[in-house]
Ligand binder design. Sequence first.
Ligand SMILES: Cc1ncc(COP(=O)(O)O)c(C=O)c1O
Length: 378
Amino acid sequence: MTTTASDLTFRLEQKRNVQADFPGPKSVALTERRKSVVAAGVASSVPVYVADADGGIIHDVDGNSFIDLGSGIAVTSVGASDPAVVGAVKEAVEHFTHTCFMVTPYEGYVAVAEQLNRLTPGNHEKRTVLFNSGAEAVENAIKVARLATGRDAVVAFDHAYHGRTNLTMALTAKAMPYKTNFGPFAPEVYRMPMSYPYREENPAITGAEAAKRAITMIEKQIGGDQVAAIIIEPIQGEGGFIVPAEGFLPALAAWAKEKGIVFIADEVQSGFCRTGEWFAVNHEGVVPDILTMAKGIAGGMPLSAITGRADLLDAVHPGGLGGTYGGNPVACAACAGFDRVHGGVRPERPCPPHRIHRHGAPARTAGRTGRRRHRRDR
Ligand SMILES: Cc1ncc(COP(=O)(O)O)c(C=O)c1O
């Protein structure tokens, strides 16, 4: 049975209560302490230190409580310390915290792979690999695409964000703070214009026309038969919350298919109900060759995944994919706990909107990352 909003109970009162002397003395002292031990390059948006969190509320060390609109950058979408997630994690920890799936495998990993293969779009045969972070998932999706196609070039888009590792910095568009002085970057990455209805020079341009513009540039500057992968956030989440014009994603995906290019949807941020569908590509019925997922997948435990066409993922030689902690058993249990929160993750089940609204909005905005038409008022 699916939980409804009125069934929810919380350990902490779901109320904002901020004192006048914010940030309080304990947070100020921690900020001072931090300065001499934590690298300056790690910035925090809010000048308070967390003592506890539950549902959509964070309590700080000075007794203030805040509505958690950040949700750990689009992560705690079922709320902080949700009992189903916490219970699953506790149970797992009491048995074993780690063995490394590549050395001594366990069922939790296989169960998450089954769950993701079922949940992601398309009825084709799929395979899944688990990792720790979104960037790691993106890196591995590109590795698979290059190996499977025997091609080098990768196409990314204006305003894209894909992570902070060397290859994902190359894929990311914004220089400051992500790339400035961190180069040289991975080669064979090409950037193409995004469909951006709010700021298009020609406001009348359709999604199909915007796709044609990008495709023409790819053909001219790279050659379609040289491209291993097109990677795109179906709704961008860092360069602004950018919803491409309707028709843009289907036209790109169709052209990629025609050219044998692997179409990768980076759903690290937009996946797991952030847009009102399990995945943002579902809004237009696009079936990617590979999906990258992280963030909301495991209620805050570090887990990421790539799920894609079996022929692509099985093309990689044994040992070519993996990592020490990828698909850690506790993180896999948290993912299973998340499944219980939703009353069983099934693609045919709608996203539970009460959870989305009740437990904090997506990262970097107070609104939902939805497919809304943009008003042009610049
Ligand atoms: C679309 C997208 N891809 C990749 C990443 C990188 O994820 P992580 O920070 O877990 O490496 C992010 C993180 O914000 C993201 O939004």
